[in-house]
Ligand binder design. Structure first.
Ligand code: PMP
Length: 401
């Protein structure tokens, strides 16, 4: 029986995570002894800070954590998430509005599964992180890509959103700082988008996972703080993965109205039950430990960001603006498509990414993965020396030397 008949239509319809796929291919080549430099991965290269690891190590010996715990999260972690949210974004939430999830990914899946009905349209500013459309489709909804403005950091504006809105639109995805573009929306832009969502009776899933990773004078703003009227129709997604170098621990959360939180918790009770207790204790240590470690890592990302933008700017044919947040540079490669590169003539950025991997042993994610062809996403969450070597290799390959 062919796989298409063995596998449900629902799962057949979604693509595998392209970012994880490129990353897995690069890591497999490294294991095979190839000196591949990975710009594909969306994770910090730092180990998790020691005080967090120690808290987790101690928790493994405590029988309290060997048992099932409340589906929605350890009460002390929920309290810490509420306190951290008040401290960092200024949003006032109580513990009944918090659900601890297996990473931001599960938070997103549960939010769409809880709020989207079959046939609902969800606006997804493009380029987008590919899990959004997949999770919307799995919930029976229709993801509607709203292209950002290429002249303005690929941002979406009210005009663009309004052009995509129909009578079936029920929800908007908002991600700032953005993956893959690194764009951070200003307070005024967020206010306009939040008000527009309220005026049109839309839910907003606002993804704040990169809140701490903003550079220079850029300030992060939380949509439900800027637009308090939106609070009753917002699901905030966040987690410890990016800010604390904890991608492998799998702890995220949602902040949502209490009834929606209860519904998502019900879903999670059948899906995974509680998040691993040891990981929750680690997240508790991260959130209660101050922001010193975050500032240290952010300083390193900032340095690498500037190096990467400078080096890419010296490569003929590549164009990128300096991103204000997250740890990605989204580079336009439109001007190099069709050129002779590494013995081939890539006509798309998907083909170009394949040539870069083969001929320069550099892994990048093509814009096609994010609904934004013509671009390459390069993460700068890798060591300074690898970063410089990888960009040098790209430059040499494109220059034909
Ligand atoms: N949102 C965005 C925009 C992301 O880039 C990621 C990770 N790539 C996540 C959410 C989820 O992170 P995690 O599941 O590791 O917590």
């Amino acid at each position: 029986m062919p796989a298409s008949e063995r596998v449900s239509a629902r799962v057949t319809a979604i693509a595998e995570s392209a970012t994880l796929a490129v990353d897995a291919r690069a890591k497999a080549l490294v294991r095979a002894g190839r000196p591949v430099i990975g710009f594909a991965s969306g994770e910090p290269d730092f180990p998790t800070p020691e005080h967090i690891v120690e808290a987790a190590a101690a928790a493994t010996h405590d029988p309290r954590y060997h048992r099932y715990s409340p589906t929605g999260g350890l009460p002390e972690l929920k309290a810490a998430i509420a306190a951290k949210t008040r401290r960092d974004s200024g949003l006032d939430v109580d513990e009944g509005q918090v659900l601890v999830t297996n990473g931001g990914k599960q938070a997103i899946y549960e939010a769409f599964s809880t709020l989207v009905n079959p046939g609902d349209e969800v606006l997804v500013p493009a380029p987008y992180w590919p899990t959004y459309p997949a999770a919307i489709a799995l919930a029976g909804g229709t993801p509607v890509a709203v292209p950002g403005d290429e002249q303005d950091g690929l941002r979406v504006t009210i005009d663009r959103l309004e052009a995509a809105r129909t009578a079936k639109t029920t929800m908007l995805v908002f991600c700032s700082p953005n993956n893959p573009t690194g764009t951070v929306y200003t307070r005024a832009e967020i206010e306009a988008i939040g008000r527009w969502a309220v005026a049109n009776d839309l839910w907003v899933l606002t993804d704040e996972i990169y809140e701490h990773l903003v550079y220079g004078t850029t300030i992060f703003h939380s949509l439900p703080v800027v637009v308090p009227e939106a609070r009753e129709r917002c699901v905030v997604v966040n987690g410890v993965a990016k800010a604390f170098a904890m991608t492998g621990w799998r702890v995220g959360w949602t902040l949502a109205p209490a009834d929606v939180t209860a519904a998502m918790t019900k879903l999670q009770s059948h899906l995974t039950s509680n998040v691993g207790n040891v990981a929750q204790v680690a997240a508790l240590a991260a959130l209660s430990g101050g922001t010193k470690e975050i500032r240290r890592m952010r300083a390193a990302f900032d340095r690498r960001r500037r190096t990467m933008v400078r080096m890419l700017g010296e490569i003929d044919g590549l164009r990128c603006a300096e991103p204000d947040g997250a740890f990605y540079v989204y580079v336009s490669a439109k001007d190099v498509l069709g050129r002779q590169i590494g013995g081939r003539r890539p006509g798309t950025t998907a083909e170009l990414a394949a040539v870069l991997l083969e001929a320069a042993e550099v892994a990048v994610v093509p814009g096609e993965a994010f609904g934004g062809p013509g671009y390459l996403r390069l993460s700068y969450a890798l060591g300074d020396d690898d970063l410089a070597e990888g960009i040098t290799r790209i430059g040499k390959l494109l220059a034909g030397s």
